[in-house]
Design a binder for this molecule. Structure first.
Ligand code: PEP
Ligand code: MG
Length: 321
């Protein structure tokens, strides 16, 4: 009931031994913003901006976009808002990209950031909106599907150019999504340039495991509980610690209490999740010890299958939760 919910929200998200875990929200629509505050979350770790315009017949102009970002930021009342630039291309092609016969986009086969670099007018108009609103609010820019320091560096130059053109003096922090296998092999180069990183376990899992997140039928076919994905996460945690780059996990499974506890064991200290999943994750984290979590995570990394990892977690959960 609502009184229980308030008590949950009032409790800090800390492990038994006092390690604090920051919980922020994944947002797909502006009208979900109220739930961020209701659930006691500390901000928005991932605003997926492309979904607002996925059926739009016309290109969204900077003023329309800016009004939305400012409205969300106002509701967040000082909490940070991480705006991910449009993650379009490949399977996500809104009508407005195809409506102009004379201006057919040439990067449709590319996903995420490389699509935006190929579609520079769309990218620049979104950046203008973000940069203008960021002068009065804590907005941060997150770039999707980064594959290396080359595309990331090019995007940083575009952001700087748009900032200069708009007379914006202060550019906000710029982060990279780590969600392609390519990024795993040049973590140091990306993290060296990025102000923060967000680990997207949805894409990272489907790309590492050669599966499809939307079509996978058995839950073990596409889960970040796979030992290889856990090893990938561990390497990102290591690079982030070495290069002192803030790291958040924002894939859907961050909202699964079992997996969230495993992430704590892997060294993750910030989770971005669907706002309604926060109470269950918070209460699970409050029942674990971070030392035990890290021993369970080390064993999970050495497992040979998802089933083995699940068995380990179940055993831990029945004992410790
Ligand atoms: C991810 O891939 O894990 C992610 C958070 O981005 P999206 O789900 O929007 O692809
Ligand atoms: Mg993704």
């Amino acid at each position: 009931d609502s009184s229980t919910k308030m008590i949950e929200c009032g409790q800090p998200c800390t492990t038994l031994d006092g390690v604090g875990i920051e919980l922020v929200a994944n947002l797909g629509r502006p009208d979900e913003t109220a739930s961020v505050v209701e659930q006691g979350l500390e901000g928005v770790g991932l605003f997926r901006t492309e979904f607002m315009f996925i059926d739009a017949p016309d290109r969204p102009d900077p003023a329309t976009q800016g009004a939305i970002y400012a409205d969300i930021a106002n509701q967040l009342a000082g909490r940070p808002l991480v705006v991910r630039t449009f993650d379009l291309g490949r399977d996500k092609i809104p009508p407005f990209l195809l409506s102009d016969e004379a201006e057919q986009p040439n990067g449709l086969h590319l996903g995420g950031l490389r699509f935006l670099l190929a579609e520079s007018s769309l990218f620049e108009s979104q950046l203008q909106a973000i940069l203008e609103v960021s002068q009065d609010h804590d907005l941060r820019i997150l770039l999707p599907m980064v594959v290396g320091s080359d595309d990331f560096g090019k995007a940083v130059s575009v952001i700087q150019r748009v900032a200069d053109r708009c007379g914006v003096l202060r550019t906000p922090p710029i982060g990279a999504m780590i969600e392609t296998p390519a990024a795993l092999f040049c973590l140091d180069q990306i993290l060296d340039q990025a102000d923060f990183v967000a680990l997207g376990t949805n894409d990272l899992t489907q790309l590492l495991l050669a599966t499809d997140r939307d079509l996978a039928q058995a839950k073990d076919d596409c889960t970040a509980m796979h030992p290889s994905v856990l090893r990938a996460i561990k390497s990102v945690v290591g690079a982030a610690a070495r290069l002192q780059c803030p790291l958040c996990v924002c894939g859907e499974e961050a909202g699964d209490p079992d997996f969230a506890c495993l992430l704590v064991g892997l060294g993750i200290r910030e989770l971005s999740l669907g706002p309604t999943l926060a109470p269950a994750v918070r209460s699970a984290i409050r029942k674990i010890d971070s030392g035990v979590a890290s021993r369970v995570a080390s064993r999970a990394i050495d497992c040979d299958s998802v089933a083995e990892v699940r068995e380990l977690i179940d055993e831990w959960r029945s004992r410790d939760f």
